[in-house]
Design a protein around this ligand. Structure first.
Ligand SMILES: [Cu+2]
Length: 323
């Protein structure tokens, strides 16, 4: 899982086109150290920023910022609410805020501020860690400090979703229904999962299922991982004129509150890239879906024939999954 999460890191970066300050990374693994990059896309409203302050969340430990040429660097330390066991040594305090100052980021330019730190091993998969960030300018500030998680605020705080460490997939989340063909995490229910057999040496395969959100808030499928592929992506297939085209959903797939979204051949699908084993009819392939709010759901996909449609009627047509 660790390897796959880190790979997923790499392919989700390209997402946000917004002018907010955001973290380049969207996911971090519980119990692991991550390097994080805060992307600051401009100054404040026409003015240059001279200072950038990042407040670190509870559950993020042993932080160290990277010095930046042209900027002074200081940290504010304080107590951790929950102490952190660092290789046998209990750490009760550490860096809580990082401040780069006396620098210059003109409004027309973009810059990056780098730091590293560890997500505590006890932080639940699916938790969202917020890194409120403030830019200071000569006559004002640009603040990215709203930690409500809403997409509809002008100043969302940069955030990271925690994924489970390897071998700890069920920690607190993703309980399986004992009898039905459903996997659940919170209000998210996944049913009817299937995959399709692949030819030997085929580079890619697809995963299909129905995701139902029984809750009152929208959730987003933000990542997928599987032992069969080094990279697993969330894709959409769509007609572009006469041509069936496939693209990665870089910002994930929204599952609206109270609705079901079907992943099926010819539409949304999970894509197993760079398969390390052919998918054989009659076997199963396991996939872990990570939702922004509900966390991880593990689901086994029964592998059907090469043109299987999961018993839902429509035939997916002859598109091949090559990139
Ligand atoms: Cu695809």
């Amino acid at each position: 899982m660790l390897k796959h999460s880190l790979t997923v890191f790499g392919i989700l970066l390209a997402g946000s086109a917004s002018a907010h300050s955001t973290l380049e990374q969207k996911l971090a693994t519980a119990g692991s150290t991550s390097k994080l990059v805060m992307r600051v896309p401009h100054g404040c409203d026409g003015e240059a920023s001279h200072t950038v302050r990042i407040t670190l969340p509870e559950g993020f430990y042993a932080a160290k910022p990277m010095p930046k040429p042209g900027w002074d660097l200081e940290v504010v330390t304080g107590a951790y609410k929950t102490p952190y066991n660092n290789h046998g040594t209990e750490m009760t305090e550490g860096v809580r805020e990082i401040i780069w100052s006396n620098g210059n980021l003109p409004d027309a330019f973009y810059d990056e501020f780098v730091f590293r730190g560890a997500v505590g091993p006890n932080v639940d998969a699916g938790s969202v860690l917020f890194f409120p960030t403030v830019q200071e300018c000569a006559n004002g500030v640009a603040d990215w400090t709203d930690t409500s998680g809403s997409h509809d605020v002008p100043n969302p705080a940069p955030k990271l979703t925690v994924v489970a460490a390897e071998g700890d997939m069920h920690h607190g989340h993703g309980a399986h229904d004992a009898h039905a063909d459903a996997s659940m995490a919170g209000p998210i229910e996944v049913t009817g999962g299937f995959s399709r057999a692949t030819l030997p040496n085929a580079p890619v395969g697809g995963g299909f299922m129905t995701i139902t959100n029984t809750g009152t808030e929208d959730d987003t499928l933000i990542a997928a991982a599987s032992p069969v592929s080094s990279i697993t992506e969330i894709h959409e297939m769509k007609m572009d004129g006469d041509v069936m085209k496939m693209r990665e959903l870089e910002n994930g797939l929204t599952i609206p509150a109270g609705e079901s979204v079907e992943l099926k051949p010819g539409g949304f699908h999970i894509m197993f890239m760079d398969l390390n084993t052919p998918l054989e009819e009659g076997k199963t392939v396991n996939v872990t879906l990570t939702f922004e709010k509900a966390g991880d759901v593990d689901i086994p996909l029964a592998i059907g024939a090469i043109n299987a449609d999961g018993g839902h009627g429509h035939h997916g047509g002859g598109h091949s999954h090559s990139h």
